[in-house]
Write a protein that binds this ligand. Structure first.
Ligand code: ATP
Ligand code: MG
Ligand code: MG
Length: 548
């Protein structure tokens, strides 16, 4: 576990411990269970867990479940699974809804202190009277209700006497504050809906700005880390903790959100992609969700290293998706066995190879990691090569197979193309080649050189396999604004091809990862792979222009 590089939040923690402001660092990761976690959440998870860990502190997982209309137990379960898979263990597992009774009592306290009132204005009227950056807001005609009237109305809100939207509880702060968040923010709203945790017990629900600081204070969270959009909510965060007279005073600090090129990073948009079937569920391998990345073949190590490299700053620029790809290549380089796969097969008959002969060739499982040992590859008279490793009329500098040319078959022999067999439409369907027995790999043959090395699989022994090739889900041309992101969905982000893999892949299990020679890294798909058919997801190609 390497710590994140120096960051400003760590420095604050060091000072707070040194000055005795806190005894122990307590952080929390507070997802709303209204969707699956994405790579942006991974940033927050790594920061919260690793910083607390570094100071021998604690991190809670707290579900911010204050909106029953959007939340679901399916999301709760997926979030727990993803946090664990990323390699983190929470100390406490809590729900904001665990604290509804206490939050209600604190709201009553605010009313008694004259710091909150029940308002009959509609959501729209509240928005309209909030004012702007240059103009102060207008006070509600209900702002000066008596404490007794407010207590009575708030209790009746709880009892279910009013419809959704008919009344809200608002903090009484300052309608002329330069910070719009302090212009009497709504603390409670009425929602008649069944909650995944509390059922029908409640029909009033606290707003994020009220529930969040209280949850933090109840749990003794010392450093409440969130993204920069919440920076100007901080005065309200402090107001709630102070005016609700919480014993423990939590403090909020903000860091920059992660944005990635070629993707969208908002649960609302990701849900739309799922609901409108642009993708095959939250775990579609093209999705930037943790579950999608896992199914694509990303490892927790790669994701953690990526996030660590980002560091903890206030800025939230857009990070190149290639940087994430760099970290999965780095992680798999020494771990993933090398093997040969032919994605778009073209049959080659080696006419001078004996009909019934099979020989076993030997190759390293991973030349960069010799400890992984050796593997056996069968070779016989018929093999498959990649369709685009042959051209009948090649351009200059094409060093692969063409009529009259000789290439090296990786781990095997030199072969030379003598004859091209076509179907009635003129498509090339088979090549007839000869091999040179003296050129066998590993024998030290130096008689002559060839410029091209291509991969292959033995036709008789190879296993059929399906390969799922992916490209960016989102084309960034039009920006990510508003609803328009659907226009940017790449219509060509997914392709299925059918080919072959080496016979020793029989043993491959879902989520096993391989490097297919010359193609890239692939993961055995856990959803579509069966006993009969291996299905591979392209994780990432081999080449990269990205440099750290
Ligand atoms: P979304 O807009 O995707 O729904 P959210 O912030 O509403 O994101 P939450 O479930 O509330 O989602 O997020 C839990 C935590 O993860 C919060 O502390 C939030 O700040 C953090 N988080 C969410 N998205 C990102 C991101 N892109 N980069 C860094 N942290 C993020
Ligand atoms: Mg949120
Ligand atoms: Mg959200």
């Amino acid at each position: 576990n390497q710590p994140t590089s120096s960051n400003f939040i760590r420095n604050i923690m060091i000072d707070d411990l040194k000055e005795g402001k806190v005894d122990q660092i307590i952080t929390r990761f507070p997802p709303e269970p209204n969707g699956y976690l994405h790579i942006g959440h991974a940033k927050s998870i790594v920061i919260n867990f690793e910083l607390a860990d570094e100071f021998k502190g604690k991190t809670n997982l707290r579900f911010d479940d204050t909106n029953p209309l959007k939340e679901d137990i399916e999301y709760v379960e997926s979030i727990k699974e993803d946090v664990k898979w990323l390699g983190f263990e929470w100390d406490g597992l809590f729900f904001a809804s665990d604290y509804f009774e206490e939050m209600y009592n604190r709201a009553v306290l605010l009313i008694k202190k004259g710091k909150a009132y029940v308002d009959d204005l509609s959501a729209e009227e509240i928005r309209e009277t909030r004012g702007t950056l240059t103009e102060p807001g207008k006070e509600s005609p209900y702002r000066n209700r008596t404490v007794e009237e407010n207590l009575d109305l708030f209790e009746r809100m709880r009892k279910g006497e009013f419809q959704d939207g008919q009344k809200v509880l608002r903090a009484k702060i300052d309608m002329a504050s330069p910070n719009i968040n302090l212009r009497d923010p709504v603390l409670y709203r009425i929602v008649h809906a069944t909650h995944h945790n509390t059922g029908d017990k409640w029909c009033i629900y606290p707003m994020y700005d009220f529930a969040h600081p209280l949850g933090d204070a109840i749990e003794g969270v010392t450093h409440s880390l969130c993204t920069v959009e919440f920076e100007d909510h901080r005065p309200l965060y402090d107001w709630v903790i102070r005016e609700c007279e919480m014993e423990h005073v939590s403090r909020q600090y903000e860091f920059g959100r992660l944005n990635l090129t070629n993707t969208v990073m908002s649960k609302r948009k990701l849900k739309q992609l799922v609901d409108e079937k642009h993708v095959d569920g939250w775990d579609d391998p093209r999705m930037p969700t943790i579950s999608g990345l896992r199914r694509r073949g990303y490892t927790p190590e790669a994701i953690r290293n990526f996030v660590r490299e980002l560091g903890v700053t206030k800025g939230s620029g857009i990070v190149d998706y290639k940087m994430l790809e760099h970290f999965i290549r780095e992680d798999l380089k020494l771990k993933a066995p090398r093997t040969m796969a032919v994605l778009r097969p073209l049959k080659v008959v080696i006419t001078n190879y004996p009909e019934d002969q099979v020989e076993m060739l030997e190759a390293e499982i991973n030349p960069e990691n010799p400890e992984m040992g050796m593997r056996q590859i069968p070779f016989s008279r018929e093999i498959y090569i990649e369709q685009d490793d042959f051209m009948e009329n090649p351009p200059a500098k094409y060093f692969r197979l063409f009529p009259g040319n000789e290439v090296r078959l990786k781990h095997a022999y030199f072969i030379k193309c003598n004859e091209v067999i076509k179907d009635e439409n003129g498509n090339v369907v088979e090549l007839h080649c000869t091999y040179d027995p003296e050129t066998r790999s590993g024998t030290g043959f130096t008689g002559r050189k060839v410029k091209g090395t291509i991969h292959w699989v033995d036709a008789k022994h190879a296993l059929p396999a399906e390969f799922r090739l992916y490209d960016s889900l989102i084309l960034d041309e039009k920006g990510e604004d508003g609803q328009s992101f659907l226009e940017n969905v790449n219509p060509n982000s997914f392709e299925i091809v059918i080919g072959f893999v080496e016979p020793n892949m029989k043993e491959a299990k879902p989520q096993d990862k391989f490097q297919f020679f010359r193609h890239g890294y692939f993961n055995v798909d856990p959803k579509f792979t069966t006993d009969e058919q291996l299905v591979f997801n392209l994780i990432v190609s081999l080449k990269s222009s990205f440099e750290i």
